[in-house]
Design a protein around this ligand. Structure first.
Ligand code: FAD
Length: 259
């Protein structure tokens, strides 16, 4: 299918993009890598009257470390996470999560900010950002605010982003000492969306670390999940697999933290 007709703007600066969003609000949608928005438009699941293309905004494409904190521009491609030596050393969970996104050509175009703003429930990056206690810098013509990942995601494909706001930067804190991570997912084929994906970050205490509680934690977490059935898997299957993966990522993280 082809999308409904729309107007297209390609601003040359962040300020120009924000002005366009302010002017057109609900009628406009930012276009990042287009790997989710364009298919949705083709299926007429999204019908924006106006696309504001962010691809010329070089100021939103960066990956650097400031005072030990990883800072990522929203338009940085997902592939950059995989290829960064800095990420591999300091934030390996992000690299592992990125590797599970679709296929290389998707990750070459898809952006980190686009994945987070899209808030798809099987997406790896929102999950990793929650586990790593990341925060997001949102900007509009009215100003900016920093929102922790746990407050940003509201529901399936719903975030607190206002129509006039852009996600401009992702901030991921440095890991504490004796901290480990785990990431596991199950999908039908490599590159498919996850049927279940689980991430963990654990900091070990010096005095007492009781790993026998991992099974209980995994069971509690799985019980709280709001899983759904679809053509790919039943709700019960997703819950069961999530519990198994949760126990595994806790053990994985504890082992890494103890090294
Ligand atoms: C075949 C295929 C397989 C895929 N498999 C996976 C997978 O396994 N795991 C996975 O996580 N994803 C997968 N994806 C989706 C992919 O990761 C997308 O790149 C991602 O979901 C959206 O990023 P994007 O840069 O393409 O954003 P777009 O598609 O351009 O935008 C997505 C949404 O976010 C909004 N948006 C984008 N950037 C901003 C911003 N800076 N501020 C505010 N709003 C913004 C847009 O308006 C739109 O509503 C797959 C896609 C395809 C086509």
């Amino acid at each position: 299918m082809k999308p409904a007709s729309f107007d297209y703007y390609s601003p040359e600066s962040l300020t120009e993009a924000l002005q366009l969003l302010e002017q057109h609000r609900d009628a406009a949608r930012p276009l990042a890598g287009g790997q989710s928005l364009v298919p949705m438009m083709n299926f007429r699941l999204a019908r924006p009257a106006l696309l504001i293309d962010l691809n010329n905004l070089r100021e939103l494409s960066f990956l650097n470390v400031v005072d030990g904190e990883l800072r990522i521009g929203a338009m940085t491609r997902q592939r950059a996470l995989e290829r960064s030596a800095v990420v591999a050393t300091g934030w390996p969970l992000l690299q592992e999560a990125a590797r599970h996104i679709g296929h290389i050509h998707i990750r070459n175009r898809g952006t980190i900010g686009g994945s987070i703003a899209h808030a798809y429930p099987s997406a790896e990056l929102p999950l990793a950002m929650m586990a790593l206690d990341a925060s997001f810098l949102l900007r509009s013509m009215q100003g900016e605010r920093i929102v922790p990942a746990r407050d940003f995601f509201v529901d399936i494909m719903t975030t607190i982003l206002e129509p006039s706001e852009l996600l401009v930067e992702i901030r991921v804190p440095q890991a504490k000492s004796r901290t480990g991570w785990g990431f596991q997912e199950v999908s039908r084929r490599h590159g498919d969306f996850a049927l279940a994906a689980v991430a963990s970050v654990i900091s070990l205490r010096e005095d007492r670390n009781d790993r026998t509680m991992f099974s209980d934690i995994a069971a509690t977490a799985a019980a709280e999940l709001d899983t759904e059935s679809d053509i790919h898997a039943s709700s019960e299957y997703r819950r069961e697999v999530s519990q198994v993966l949760a126990r595994r990522v806790l053990e994985e993280a504890a082992a890494r933290a103890a090294i």
